[in-house]
Design a protein around this ligand. Structure first.
Ligand SMILES: N[C@@H](CCC(=O)N[C@@H](CS)C(=O)NCC(=O)O)C(=O)O
Length: 169
């Protein structure tokens, strides 16, 4: 059975949503962030060396990175659900958003979170780089969402689940 190592208020919400959406049984192991640093507890490093969430185990497999976890679950257990058929334009858009969420959207958002956490939210770096980058990305996302109902087209897919985290942040 899949075990989800879930850190409170984290990207592993995506994995829980996906598993619920697909109706897959799983076991939940919860971890609490340090209230000051927001870091995960050291016990999470016993599951994966980086000690980040999400991470899942499934029999003898340990899988980290939310995009990789989503791909694994959809391919292994999805039976074609929540993913556009191969070779379609929708499938390409699906792959794009699955990567874009962590590769492009999250970095400026994480920078802003860290700057705010350490009390340097009003800074030259925030004004000159971080805030304009966030605006650039969100104007782009808004424009893309005008083209179709969901990120990959007219059907809800796991790419929407992956994109939920930057939007929520
Ligand atoms: N790109 C990774 C990011 C993983 C990550 O940074 N997770 C955060 C929670 S949202 C975390 O574990 N933070 C606590 C820590 O770094 O100790 C993914 O998508 O899974």
């Amino acid at each position: 059975m899949i075990v989800v190592h879930h850190l409170n208020n984290s990207r592993s919400q995506r994995v829980l949503w996906l598993l619920e959406e697909l109706g897959i049984e799983y076991e939940l192991k919860c971890y609490e962030r340090d209230r000051e640093t927001m870091l995960a507890p050291p016990s999470l490093r016993q599951v994966h060396p980086l000690g980040k969430s999400p991470v899942i185990t499934d029999a003898d497999l340990t899988i980290a990175e939310s995009g990789a976890i989503i791909e694994y679950i959809v391919n292994r257990y999805g039976n074609g659900r929540l993913i556009p058929p191969p070779g379609t334009p929708e499938r390409l858009r699906y792959t794009y958003w699955l990567h874009y969420a962590e590769g492009s959207a999250m970095p400026p958002l994480v920078m802003r979170l860290i700057f705010e956490l350490f009390g340097i939210g009003d800074s030259k770096a925030m004004d000159a780089f971080i805030a304009p980058q966030i605006k650039l990305h969100f104007d782009y996302i808004e424009g893309e969402l005008h083209k179709s109902t969901w990120f990959a087209g007219e059907e809800f897919t796991a790419a929407d689940i992956q994109m939920s985290f930057p939007l929520e942040i």
